[in-house]
Design a protein around this ligand. Structure first.
Ligand SMILES: [Zn+2]
Length: 81
């Protein structure tokens, strides 16, 4: 789980339409931020325009689903918030 210093550094925006989108290994990263693997909860930081890690980034046991990345924190790279 991502951790933070105190709540003043985060803003909750539940209506943002990006929360539910999921991405596959090597897809292009749409927003800079922290992403969580929906299969095993491993987290990564990725920058907009880069690619998500390849399929061999980490292994899932046979009881878990495929690697899929979902954003949990996006970075305010434009200072909008
Ligand atoms: Zn995983």
């Amino acid at each position: 789980m991502a951790v933070y210093a105190d709540s003043s550094v985060l803003k909750h925006i539940p209506s943002w339409d990006g929360w539910e989108k999921v991405y596959s290994p090597s897809d292009q990263v749409p927003h800079s931020g922290i992403y969580k693997c929906t299969g095993c909860n491993k987290e990564i930081t990725s920058n907009k325009g880069d690619k998500f890690p390849p399929q061999n980034h980490h292994q899932h046991g046979s009881n878990l689903s495929s690697i899929r990345w979902k954003i949990i924190i996006f970075t305010d790279t434009e200072g909008k918030y």
